[in-house]
Write a protein that binds this ligand. Structure first.
Ligand code: SF4
Length: 253
């Protein structure tokens, strides 16, 4: 496990590493660049680079955490990648099922496979299932997610690189929005963020605005959270019309 800098979680747990790019949101994949670094440092877990690799020896780690945790599962991979064997996905779910004291956040871009095998999985309430949606072309992932048995469903609209209009939030509990970071980051527009936020408010869905990504994308150049010393600092700042939105699903309470 590792402490996480991601604003919406506490820890990461990576029983799978490696991935392949599947859509435009993958262009500047954080997991890929982090893997390159770890491989270069000689870290055994990453010796195969970004090739999919399962790590059965990591499965029992959540049993060792003394206090309840909010855990992002597979920050360095995609659990529903076609090269991850179904039996291993079931083993990961079994650990989550047997450690109800923790909340697990599982996020995928392979929503087709998620929908296909959902009925083989045990969806205990501590498993929050999410799909990434980077622009309108990938809103079908929301429909795939809606067909699953997950008790808490969420969207990661990050990096937001184009308008997302077809937002069927009927079964969705939580939406995270964020801009891309890094020097080649693709810009986002405030009206795209506002559209998603307004739909969340209309549908009573928890809205979390993670970051603008780069200060130059921020609609308010005086946003105090641009400053790295600000207690709520996030990349490029994280205020929207003077407010920070870091809502979580009610189930987190
Ligand atoms: S699906 Fe996720 S982990 Fe895999 S390449 Fe794309 S961004 Fe990276």
């Amino acid at each position: 496990m590792a402490q996480s800098n991601i604003e919406w979680t506490e820890l990461t747990w990576n029983p799978v590493t490696g991935c392949t790019k599947v859509s435009p949101g993958c262009k500047f994949c954080y997991a890929e660049s982090m893997t390159k670094r770890l491989t270069a440092m000689g870290v055994e877990k990453y010796k195969d680079g970004f090739k999919i690799r399962i790590h059965p020896d990591t499965l029992n780690i959540p049993f060792s955490w003394k206090k309840s945790k909010i855990v992002f599962v597979n920050s360095m991979s995609d659990l529903f990648h076609p090269d991850v064997p179904i039996d291993f996905i079931k083993a990961v779910f079994s650990v989550m099922n047997h450690t109800p004291q923790h909340i697990y956040q599982v996020l995928t871009k392979r929503s087709e496979r998620l929908a296909e095998i959902s009925n083989l999985l045990n969806w205990t309430p501590n498993i929050w299932m999410g799909v990434s949606v980077e622009n309108e072309d990938y809103t079908y992932r929301i429909d795939d997610l809606s067909t699953t048995g997950a008790k808490v469903k969420f969207l990661s609209i990050e990096p937001l690189i184009g308008p997302v209009i077809t937002l069927n939030l009927g079964s969705i509990d939580w939406v995270i929005v964020g801009g891309e970071s890094g020097h080649k980051a693709r810009p986002l527009e405030k009206k795209w963020i506002d559209f998603v936020k307004n739909r969340c408010e209309e549908n009573n869905v928890a809205f979390f605005f993670k970051q603008w990504g780069r200060p130059k994308f921020n609609a308010n150049q005086n946003d105090p959270t641009i400053d790295a010393k600000h207690p709520q600092h996030a990349k490029g700042g994280c205020e929207l019309d003077g407010e920070v939105f870091r809502n979580m699903p009610e189930h987190a309470a």
